[in-house]
Design a protein around this ligand. Structure first.
Ligand SMILES: [Zn+2]
Length: 80
């Protein structure tokens, strides 16, 4: 997977977050933090988001296949 693929992947995650309305007030989520975690050995990309309108906090989880690449995690950290 190339850097471009990883970028595309992250972009699609942001798209999902942007298209998801707040569970409480229907507002927009803003991404606060992005982290990688392992669940049963599978890498997940965890986005902590906060509602721009009411402050409700929600975590989005995505599988992160690019983390298995040598530099995937480093690239993500640099992008932040
Ligand atoms: Zn809200």
């Amino acid at each position: 997977m190339t850097i471009r693929d990883i970028m595309k992947y992250i972009e699609s995650e942001y798209k999902v977050i942007n298209q998801t309305p707040c569970e409480v007030c229907g507002g927009e989520y803003l991404t606060e933090d992005l982290d990688i975690t392992l669940v049963d050995g599978v890498p997940f990309d965890v986005c902590d988001c906060v509602c721009a309108s009411c402050g409700y906090i929600k975590s989005f989880m995505f599988t992160a296949p690019f983390v298995e690449e040598d530099n995937g995690l480093e690239i993500i950290k640099r992008m932040n």
